[in-house]
Design a protein around this ligand. Structure first.
Ligand code: BJW
Length: 225
């Protein structure tokens, strides 16, 4: 076995203290998805959306990687075959644990995106204060994240990695959001071995060759080491 693609979701960061979306008490119980995670919601009430992401960004900055992120960083360091960690998370805990081969398909809380000139620049200070774009000066910054109805990033690179993979591992994701939720079927169609590590059965569990249930901080180091 040479080539591994790993998909991670909010569940891998849950034990670092970052809220998931769809679990009890998760973000979608506190906020309406249509209001804070769609371009239409942003157009309707930008202040609400900018406050939501300022709050999320501040919270993420105070959190630390957990043993699951650390185990994947060890794997990334030691694995001399191809490896790609495709994360749906906007946090940077994979990188802070030391992983290098990470792709953020739903964007990152580290960047702002200027809707006037299309530049991605480091996100500095609360966006609710409407800082100017460092490239063009317009006050048109939004979080560099992918909302419903928008195209996730680097899909070509992900499809290529899946086509070349020997193993696809999904960690801490509910399998509720496409296209990520469809990767397991894509992998199976290419005869790639598939493994799910999640706290509980997910919407996609039935598609995996093997599923293991439990907290990521235990399951991921067990799988890696
Ligand atoms: C633990 C744990 C522990 C807890 N240890 N585990 C096909 C069919 C139907 C619909 C569609 C389709 N294709 C596209 C769609 C529409 C839509 C979609 O999927 N809708 C569904 C709701 C049905 N998808 C899109 O719109 C996507 N775009 C797209 O497809 O573009 C195509 C296009 C074509 C042409 C023109 C234009 C576009 C974009 C989706 C963007 C999602 N964005 C968000 C917000 C990102 C920014 C932010 O962070 O705020 O991404 S929504 C949110 O959900 C976030 C997440 O990345 C994503 C997935 O959530 P995740 O990570 O799975 O979290 P949870 O909370 O759902 O699950 C956590 C899991 O962890 C649970 O299972 C727990 O049990 C587990 N867990 N503790 C281990 N300790």
């Amino acid at each position: 076995m040479r080539n591994i693609v790993i998909l991670t979701g909010a569940g891998i960061s849950a034990e670092s203290g970052i809220d998931t979306f769809r679990d009890a008490g998760g973000l979608w119980e506190q906020h309406r998805v249509e209001d804070v995670a769609t371009p239409e919601g942003f157009a309707r009430d930008p202040d609400l959306v900018l406050r939501f992401y300022d709050m999320r960004r501040e919270a993420i900055q105070t959190k630390q990687p957990n043993p699951a992120h650390e185990a994947l960083a060890r794997l990334d360091r030691d694995w001399d075959g191809e490896l790609l960690i495709v994360t749906q998370n906007v946090d940077d805990l994979h990188e802070r644990a030391g992983a290098g081969r990470v792709l953020h398909m739903h964007g990152t809380h580290l960047n702002a995106w200027c809707t006037a000139c299309d530049a991605r620049t480091p996100w500095k200070g609360p966006m609710i204060d409407r800082p100017a774009c460092p490239e063009c000066g317009a006050r048109s910054l939004r979080p560099d994240v992918v909302w419903f109805g928008e195209m996730p990033y680097e899909m070509d690179r992900i499809h290529t990695a899946l086509r070349q993979a020997d193993l696809f591992v999904s960690i801490g994701t509910s399998g509720a959001v496409y296209p990520a939720a469809g990767f397991v079927q894509e992998a199976r169609a290419m005869r790639v071995r598939t493994l799910e590590l999640n706290l509980e059965a997910s919407q996609g569990s039935r598609w995996f060759h093997e599923t293991r249930q439990g907290p990521a901080s235990q399951l991921v180091p067990q799988w890696v080491d």
